[in-house]
Design a protein around this ligand. Sequence first.
Ligand code: FAD
Length: 277
Amino acid sequence: MIPFDFEFYRPTSMREAVDLFQQLDLEGKQPMYFSGGTEIITLGRVNQIYTNAVIDIKGIPECQVRHFDNNFLYLGAGSVLADIEQENPFPLLTDVSKEVADHTTRRKVTIGGNICGNIPYREAVLPFLLTESEVIICGSSGLRCCQIQEAFDGKLHLNRGEFLVQLVTERKYLSTPYVSIKRRKQWDTGYPVVTVAAIRVGQEIRVAFSGLSPFPFRSKELEIALNDNSIAAEQRVETAITTLTEPIVSDTEASAEYKLFVMKNVLLDVITALEVK
Ligand SMILES: Cc1cc2nc3c(=O)[nH]c(=O)nc-3n(C[C@H](O)[C@H](O)[C@H](O)COP(=O)(O)OP(=O)(O)OC[C@H]3O[C@@H](n4cnc5c(N)ncnc54)[C@H](O)[C@@H]3O)c2cc1C
């Protein structure tokens, strides 16, 4: 049970949503955008978040799109992971997403909610970091669009009252070779010890991580070391690890030392799978 009452709003346009947010904020109701609701409900139950009003973005048509337009794939932030998995417009995203929770939960969890959430893992962001996708964000002054690597630095930076509307990915990336490897402590569902998603663009391997740090990330410095194929793969991985500036954390899934050990092995698997011989 959630130990507090809150008002529930379901706007049908972006304008209505941002106006509602402003109005509820002025009334001191600490409004929150609500998508799948899985995190809001989980954290609300244990008093880790509090709100007097939620604004469900799933009734906004722009948040529900999943379509191609010219050379771009548009995915609405309110799309649930199970639908993305079933329709499969972005195979790497499907493979990463289908490792998040169980199928019943993925009928609720949305890409926007996963990317904007508070848990450290937020695995759905990895394919978008690798493909340098764009994010479309709505706020009181209208829509703005930017590359995800500019907006996502450990978390998606949104101004107060803004929400994520869509993610836009160039079609050329959707058929590029990729691997997605999730290592857990045990079982087939649950949070990762380490998740590594990787793609190959031309000769270059790009990698992004979840589980290692308190946030998902992609590191260009690590990629440079990993792509130096003048040296043996094992040595490249060792060098790549030394470039990391992100903190490696011990958590309920594994110690920092074990995570690093797993990461090294996974990076070798990535090289084996993606390197052009
Ligand atoms: C059993 C279980 C296992 C799980 N395992 C994993 C896992 O292994 N890896 C993983 O990555 N996730 C996992 N998850 C999912 C994760 O914990 C969150 O529950 C989920 O990502 C939240 O998505 P949601 O759509 O329900 O978001 P919500 O609960 O609706 O929102 C989450 C946060 O994002 C904000 N928000 C939502 N949508 C937007 C938007 N469009 N714009 C701006 N802000 C927004 C909300 O205000 C809120 O702060 C698991 C969940 C469960 C229940």
